[in-house]
Structure formats: C-alpha cells, structure tokens
Design a protein around this ligand. Structure first.
Ligand code: FE2
Length: 302
C-alpha cells in the first residue's frame, strides 16, 4: 500500500498517464460482462434510493426521461441498449470512458451528441460521496435529461461552445455555466417563484441523496435566478455541496443560451472581478437567501 495504491483508485484523466486508453477519443469497451454482483448491487442500492427520493423533487422532464429509459434497478445498464433508446429519442448515444477525460475530448464528444460515461462504479463505502464521475452519476444523473429534445440540443451546443472557449482562453467561464446548469441546476416548476416550487434538473444533485435534500430543503444555500454573465463570474465548489444554486424558469432559457454568441459576454466578463460561491449580490434576484450555516456556521461575510 502507499501512494501507488491510492493513485490506482483514480480513473481516466485523474489517474495520470496510466489512465489514458489507446483510443484518441478515450472511449473503451464498457465490458458489461465484467461487472461483479457486488458492483451491480451498488447500482441497485443507489438507484432505489434516488428512485424513491426524486419524485416531487426532480423536474417532470427528468422523471419522464428516467422512466422512458426503462433502466433495470438490479443491474448497471448496458450502454449499447441505453444508446438504442436514447438515439431513437434525441439522436444521442452513451459511450464508455475510464473516468474524467481531457476537456477537448469531452467537448468533441458532446458536439457530436455522444455522452462519455464513466465505466466504473463507486465502492460500497462511497455511496454518499465521490468526486469522480462514475457510471451512476453519469447515467442516472445525466442521461434522463438527454432524453429531452431541448436539453439534448443545449448539451450539444455546450460541446461546440467548449471547443471555441478553449481556443479563446475562456474555458473557466464556460465551465461555470455547465456547472451551474447541467450539474447543479434548479428549475421553477410551472413558474412558481418560491422555494417550494423549485425542482432539480442538475445531474450532480439528482445523483446524490444528500445534495438532493440540501439543494431543495436546507436553509443554508442561496437560490438565485440564473443569469449567464453572473454565473460566468462565479466560482464553485467541487468538493462539497454548493453554496449557491442558480434557478432557470424553463428549458427554453437554456435553448436561448445555445443560440446566443457568448463572445461579447466573454469580453464583458474579462474585466470584472470573480464572485465567491456564497455571495449574493445586490443585483441578484434571490429566491431564497441562505443562512450559510452549513459552510460558514451561520456567519456571513459580505
Ligand atoms: Fe456530471
């Protein structure tokens, strides 16, 4: 045991040179037959737990997408079958990768309507938290929304935009848009602008039992109306619950984002200071202003 053993637990791009597969697009065979009974059991535990928790908490589009995929609670999905269902609906497919992939590889897949999903599943002692995206996060969290035509277009546009943002040197700004929409987005259900009308569509929330409860029910985080320029300036936490969630009013708002030219927004954002994750600005439309108790013990600065 030692450093090597710890390193070997990382996957894909997070594992250093050893994590890179032969294919330049980083895809691998899912090796579905190789999953053990214990690994299928981890899937089942997570699937059943979230399946019970999400109705009434995830948005209708997520629940509908999840239902249409007809995933089997008892076993990790076979990506070939999953892709058949998905391709018929929105033209997307799911491809297996070892874990995180380099940005340009990720964007290229999205731009071509391929969602790269981690092949591995977390260990039984990691049910509640895992920093790397595994098959449960990637499939259960992301694929239901890819069944929705508008969201499917938004994801492709993000891939195209990512390739461009890389060349412009503004990837950090675009990544925040992805983070606060695709991963941690909330939506107003039926235009109800109050905390109990909010629903989840972000995969990082939908695939996490604890964050599902935190994002919707806890008094600690802020819930602020989404604004693309504001979000591009906002830092985020990768290792804990979010301090602020951004709320869209409908998926058409994302579709609009897919069509506008981000160039002028990048230019405006460049000269402005970054915003810390827990800060609410005077110009924000806050739906709920959090106590900050979880991250700051109730004390708020600024
Ligand atoms: Fe994700």
């Amino acid at each position: 045991m030692g450093e090597d053993a710890v390193k070997s637990e990382k996957h894909g791009a997070a594992a250093g040179d050893g994590g890179k597969p032969d294919n330049p697009d980083w895809t691998i065979d899912q090796g579905w037959d190789g999953y053990t009974a214990a690994e299928h059991h981890v899937w089942k535990t997570l699937f059943e737990r979230q399946g019970k928790l999400l109705p009434g908490r995830a948005c209708d589009e997520f629940i509908k997408g999840l239902g249409s995929l007809t995933l089997d609670a008892d076993r990790i999905p076979d990506f070939r079958r999953l892709s058949d269902v998905l391709a018929k609906r929105t033209g997307w497919q799911v491809v297996a990768v070892p874990g995180l992939v380099p940005d340009e590889v990720f964007f290229d897949h999205l731009a071509n309507r391929r969602f790269p999903a981690g092949q591995f599943i977390r260990r039984p002692d990691q049910l509640d938290y895992l920093e790397e995206p595994d098959v449960f996060h990637d499939v259960f969290g992301h694929v239901p929304m890819l069944m929705h035509p508008v969201f499917a277009d938004y994801m492709q546009a993000y891939g195209v935009g990512g390739l461009r943002a890389g060349k412009l040197g503004v990837l950090a700004n675009l990544a925040r848009v992805y983070w606060y929409t695709v991963e941690f987005g909330l939506i107003e259900q039926d235009g109800i602008e109050q905390a109990d009308g909010l629903r989840i569509y972000g995969s990082g929330i939908a695939s996490s039992h604890a964050e599902t409860l935190f994002a919707l029910d806890d008094t600690s985080p802020n819930r602020v109306r989404f604004d693309v320029e504001r979000v591009m300036r906002t830092r985020y936490r990768i290792d804990d619950f979010q301090e602020t969630y951004f709320v869209i009013q409908g998926f058409d708002e994302l579709l609009d984002l897919a069509w506008i030219d981000f160039g002028p927004i990048y230019d405006r954002v460049k000269g402005q200071r970054e915003i810390e994750p827990g800060v609410v600005l005077a110009t924000d439309r806050a739906i709920t202003r959090g106590t900050g108790a979880y991250h700051h013990g109730g004390k708020r600065a600024g």
